[in-house]
Write a protein that binds this ligand. Sequence first.
Ligand SMILES: Nc1ncnc2c1ncn2[C@@H]1O[C@H](COP(=O)(O)OP(=O)(O)O)[C@@H](O)[C@H]1O
Ligand SMILES: [Mg+2]
Length: 226
Amino acid sequence: MIHLHNVYKTYPPDQNALKGLDLDVKAGDFIFIAGASGAGKSTLLKLLFGAETPSKGEVVIGGRNLSSIDRDGIAHLRREIGVIFQDYKLLPRRTVADNVAFGLEVLGIKESERKRLALSLLKSIGLEDRGDALPLTLSGGEQQRVSIARALIHQPRLILADEPTGNLDPDMTRVVFDLLLEANAAGVTVLVATHNLAIIEELNLRTVVLDRGKIIGDFQSPRGIA
Ligand SMILES: Nc1ncnc2c1ncn2[C@@H]1O[C@H](COP(=O)(O)OP(=O)(O)O)[C@@H](O)[C@H]1O
Ligand SMILES: [Mg+2]
């Protein structure tokens, strides 16, 4: 589903964030991207979302080559991807339910159906009674769960999560990973950038380790190494 070959990303003027990445991800995989701050984790996820373009090399997702993709292609690609950011990026003036339903608006799904789907997702994350609240009245953990519901609502084939539990306590971290694992069990491919070694060790799933823009390890079963 994802194929990277000799991928470089240089931010102007000369910040080399990724230096010759080779990576293959199969549909249905759950993969951690580990590495210290500045290793290139966010840059890698941004390339996959089409938010940054590779400086060199080949990035192919679901058959689409991102080096030669146009705006329409990016729009289509993003319909198949759910993104989760560390800082949630919820719209502060929209209700929780509207935030969750946001991705369905661009797909032209009518309002009653958007509401129905948003409420059913809010229910699955235990926030069904907060649909009319504004995001900033929720706790950090609740906001992160809302952002996950938003990423899932259009039934993406791929989820990209950038430090999704960076601000959460261990209980909330567990809730977030249960949601991601549930999506994965339903067939969704999941990539999670994190420096949370405890969760990597606990889940013991394939882990790709970045260091200063290079892959220095790719472990099927990282327990004991993480
Ligand atoms: N927009 C940008 N402009 C210039 N340099 C950047 C930009 N984004 C990231 N970088 C640099 O690229 C490197 C990798 O960053 P990043 O992908 O954010 O790493 P990580 O997510 O692992 O912390 C770092 O040295 C960072 O300073
Ligand atoms: Mg980052």
